[in-house]
Ligand binder design. Structure first.
Ligand code: NAD
Length: 418
C-alpha cells in the first residue's frame, strides 16, 4: 500500500487544517489551540439486554467541539470502528461545516462502538435508547442536537427523541434532527445533501462559464447523496455519462437516465450491467474526459495516483474526505476547482438546522419553502468561499476553512473567550 493510502489520524489532520487557517488569517494562535480539542468530550458505557438473555456493555462517545456560534450539532454513528479520535475529528468538521454555511450552530458528533448489522431490531432500539439515557445530561434542543450518521437512520432518531421526551416529561422533538416526518422531521431532509451539492455545482459552473446544459458528469457512489445529485443534474440538462457503486460501474457517452438506473439498481442491487451501458471501474471513471466529477462514496477515493489522471474541471465533494492531501495538491496545481466537502455536502446539516427551527417554533414548512431556503444558503456560502478563494489566492478548500474559522473566531472574540 502506498504511504499516502494509510489512513492518517483524522484528528491530527483536522488540527493541522485549523492551524493552517488560523495562520493564513493572522489570528491569535490561541484560536487554533482552542479549536484543536472539543470543549467537552463524554465517554459512556452502558448495558443492553440482548435477545438471548445475556447483557452486553457498549461504549459510546459524544464530542462537543465548539458552541461559540450556537448549540452543538452533529450526527451519531453506529459502527464497529468508532473511536475517540474519529468522533473528535468529526465534531471539528461539523463546527466548520456549520460555520461555513453561516448556521447559528456549533459542532458535535457522537458514536457507539457496535455492529448494527448483527443486532436485531429490538436490540438496536434498546441500544439507541440506552445511549440517549447515558448522554441525556449533555444534550437538548438548546445544548446539543444530534442527527443521523453512518448506520443510523430516521427510525433510530425517532427512538432517541422518544426516550429523551420520556426523560423530560414532555415532547422534546427539537433534541434531534433527521426524524421521520410524523414526529417533526422536515420535508426535503432526505434529498438535502444531494440538492445542496447541486446548488454548489451550479454556482461553480457559472463562475467557470461551463453551461450545465450538456455538461458531462461522472458520479462515484449511487446512494443517498450520489443518486440525488445525478437525478437533479440530469433534470437540469447535464449528461450523466458514468456512475459507479460498490459493485461496479456503468458508462454511456450519450448519457444515462438516473431514474432508470436507480430502478435497475433497486432490482439487481448494482448499477453494473444497466441496459445500454458498458462497465467501468472507479479508476476509469476518475480518468474520464468530462466536466464534473462527484465523489459520493467513501473517504480517500481520490489518491495522488487517481488525481494525476483527472481531466475534469470541477470536483464536487458530496462525500466526506474523498480527496487525500497529496491528491489535493495535484488537483490545485492542475487548476481543477474542488468544491470541498464542508461546503459541497453541507445541504444535509442546513436542512437539519431547518428541522430544528421548525421544531422550536412548532410550525412546519412546505418542501418548496425548505428547498428555496436551502438554495439561498448554499448560494451565499458558495459566494463567501469563492470570494475568499479569489481574494487570498488560496484553494477553495483553504478558503472554506478560512471562512469557517474566521466566523468561529469572531464569535469567540466577542464572547471574550480569546
Ligand atoms: P449511502 O450508503 O447511501 O451511499 C454510498 C454509495 O457509495 C453506495 O451506492 C455504495 O454502493 C457506494 N460505494 C461504496 N463503496 C464504493 C466504491 N469503492 N466505489 C464506488 N462506490 C462505492 O451513503 P450516502 O448517505 O450517500 O453518503 C455518501 C457520502 O456522502 C459519505 O461520505 C457521507 O459521509 C457523505 N455525506 C452524506 C450525507 C447525507 O445526508 N446522506 C451528508 C453529508 C455527507
Amino acid at each position: 500500500m502506498a504511504l499516502e493510502e494509510t489512513s492518517p489520524n483524522p484528528l491530527r489532520a483536522a488540527q493541522q487544517e485549523i492551524r493552517k487557517a488560523v495562520q493564513a488569517l493572522n489570528l491569535d494562535p490561541i484560536v487554533a489551540d482552542l479549536l484543536s480539542e472539543p470543549q467537552r468530550f463524554v465517554e459512556v458505557s452502558f448495558p443492553v439486554k440482548m435477545d438471548d438473555g445475556s447483557t452486553r456493555v457498549f461504549k459510546g462517545y459524544r464530542s462537543q467541539h465548539n458552541n461559540a456560534l450556537g448549540p452543538f450539532k452533529g450526527g451519531i454513528r453506529f459502527h464497529p470502528e468508532v473511536n475517540a479520535d474519529e468522533v473528535k475529528a468529526l465534531s471539528i468538521w461539523m463546527s466548520l461545516k456549520c460555520a461555513v454555511l453561516g448556521l447559528p450552530l456549533g459542532g458535535g458528533k457522537g458514536g457507539v462502538k457496535c455492529n448494527p448489522k448483527e443486532l436485531s431490531r429490538r436490540e438496536l432500539e434498546e441500544l439507541s435508547r440506552a445511549y440517549v439515557r447515558s448522554i441525556a445530561q449533555v444534550i437538548g434542543p438548546e445544548k446539543d442536537v444530534p442527527a443521523p450518521d453512518v448506520y443510523t437512520n430516521p427510525q433510530v432518531m425517532a427512538w432517541m427523541a422518544d426516550e429523551f421526551s420520556s426523560l423530560n416529561g414532555y415532547n422534546t422533538f427539537g433534541v434531534i434532527t433527521g426524524k421521520p416526518l410524523e414526529i417533526g422531521g422536515s420535508a426535503g431532509r432526505s434529498e438535502a445533501t444531494g440538492r445542496g451539492c447541486v446548488f454548489a455545482i451550479r454556482e461553480a459552473c457559472a463562475r467557470l462559464s461551463i453551461p450545465l446544459q450538456n455538461a458531462t458528469v461522472a458520479v462515484q457512489g449511487f446512494g443517498n447523496a450520489g443518486s440525488v445529485v445525478a437525478r437533479l443534474l440530469h433534470e437540469m440538462g447535464a449528461r450523466i455519462i458514468a456512475v459507479t457503486d460498490s459493485t461496479g460501474g456503468a458508462y454511456r457517452s450519450e448519457g444515462i437516465d438516473p431514474i432508470s438506473l436507480l430502478e435497475f439498481k433497486q432490482q439487481t442491487g448494482s448499477v453494473k450491467g444497466a441496459p445500454g451501458t458498458t462497465p467501468l471501474s472507479n479508476e476509469q471513471l476518475f480518468a474520464l474526459e468530462c466536466d464534473i466529477i462527484i465523489p459520493a462514496a467513501l473517504e480517500n477515493a481520490i489518491t495522488a495516483a487517481v488525481a494525476e489522471d483527472i481531466r475534469a474541471r470541477i470536483i464536487a465533494e458530496a462525500a466526506n474526505g474523498p480527496t487525500t492531501p497529496e491528491a489535493d495538491k495535484i488537483l490545485e496545481d492542475k487548476g481543477v476547482l474542488v468544491i470541498p466537502d464542508i461546503l459541497a455536502n453541507a445541504g444535509g446539516v442546513t436542512v437539519s438546522y431547518f428541522e430544528w427551527v421548525q421544531n422550536l417554533t412548532n410550525y412546519y414548512w412546505t418542501e418548496e419553502e425548505v428547498n428555496r431556503r436551502l438554495e439561498e444558503m448554499m448560494v451565499r456560502a458558495f459566494q463567501d468561499v469563492y470570494q475568499m478563494h479569489l481574494d487570498k489566492k488560496v484553494s477553495m478548500r483553504d478558503a472554506a476553512y478560512m471562512v469557517a474559522v474566521n466566523r468561529i473566531a469572531g464569535a469567540m472574540k466577542v464572547r471574550g473567550w480569546v
